[in-house]
Ligand binder design. Structure first.
Ligand code: RIB
Ligand code: CA
Length: 318
């Protein structure tokens, strides 16, 4: 008898963003497998006040008003903020016009929440799904190194190697915004899986997929279709592909159906000093550096299986 996996407790750390929003909806649509304990927000695609407001709006859209939201870092550990309104629009979730959230974020800031929550948790009880710059997690680890032993694992949409960068020729946005944070998390020894552009650039949201979301006939399906029709503009003009890459939902899909993905345990190092390469994830895919493996770096995805899962689950929502 196959062992039924128990529900996995997760914390989603995010900078919504249209693709973050789809990831949150996918998690909300999967209550048998995922127990979303909280959402923590970070500055990234847009400033913190907007990512926090967007998280509250998307949770309300998807029926997740029982899930607390904690606002975290308004800026990277040391660098000046970098945002991506050119991709996501001024609100961060342009494409939809959702009502003002009825709830407020919790009073406690996300970094202290993460420290307190992991200190109070059993080792291996909680998984972190990181969808933006990893500043909150790095700050919590700096404040309380003891929590590393409590974190089951971190699944992070971040980095790029064979696909090179998207915000610079060498760096992917989530790492580029706060490379020092990425370096701290990597060096902490926490179990870390990267879902890089090498994967997400193979998960293209074609217009056939957008039509499938719209055809679901529910609010969430319509909102996903509308959000992604907005955010695809930039990528379609840039890459001239048949669809825009869909990044953050891959993190949640990996927890739901890991067999859709493949990769390997390798050394990943973060470039912090390069004039042209700062923020690059130097992924030793071929093992030439002899540096010890410190992360799982995914490389491929069954895109058809991913969209079948994603569209079916979004169809379960309000
Ligand atoms: O590079 C893609 C990542 O940057 C995604 O998480 C997207 O939401 C942006 O944060
Ligand atoms: Ca994101």
């Amino acid at each position: 008898m196959a062992k039924i996996p128990s529900r996995r407790k997760i914390i989603i750390d995010t900078d919504p963003g249209q693709d973050d929003s789809v990831a949150i909806l996918l998690a909300l649509a999967s209550p048998d497998e995922l127990d979303i304990r909280s959402v923590t927000t970070v500055a990234g695609n847009v400033p913190l006040w907007r990512t926090t407001e967007n998280a509250l709006k998307i949770l309300e859209l998807g029926g997740g008003t029982h899930i607390p939201v904690y606002a975290g870092s308004a800026r990277p550990l040391t660098r000046e903020p970098v945002t991506a309104e050119h991709v996501h629009g001024e609100t961060g979730i342009n494409g939809v016009n959702l009502p003002a959230p009825v709830r407020q974020p919790e009073a406690l800031n996300a970094v202290d929440f993460l420290v307190e929550t992991f200190r109070a948790s059993e080792p291996g009880d909680l998984t972190l799904c990181v969808l933006g710059p990893i500043t909150n997690i790095a700050s919590a680890i700096q404040k309380a190194p003891d929590i590393v032993a409590k974190i089951r694992e971190i699944i992070w949409m971040g980095g790029a190697y064979f696909e090179v960068g998207n915000i610079t020729p060498a760096a992917e946005f989530n790492v580029y915004v706060d490379p020092e944070a990425a370096d701290i998390v990597l060096k902490s020894g926490v179990k870390l899986t990267f879902i890089p552009l090498d994967v997400t650039h193979r998960a293209l949201c074609t217009h056939q997929h957008l039509k499938r979301f719209a055809a679901l006939g529910n609010k969430s399906g319509t909102a996903v279709s509308e959000m992604l029709q907005f955010s695809e503009r930039f990528d379609l003009a840039k890459y001239l592909w048949l669809g825009a890459p869909l990044h953050d939902p891959c993190v949640i899909a990996y927890l739901l159906k890991p067999d859709l993905f493949s990769g390997r345990q390798i050394n990943v190092s973060i470039e912090l000093k390069g004039e042209f390469t700062t923020g690059m994830t130097v992924a030793d895919w071929w093992g030439v550096s002899k540096r010890p493996a410190n992360a799982t770096f995914l490389r491929d995805i069954d895109a058809a299986g991913f969209y079948d899962l994603l569209i079916e689950r979004i169809g379960r929502l309000p």
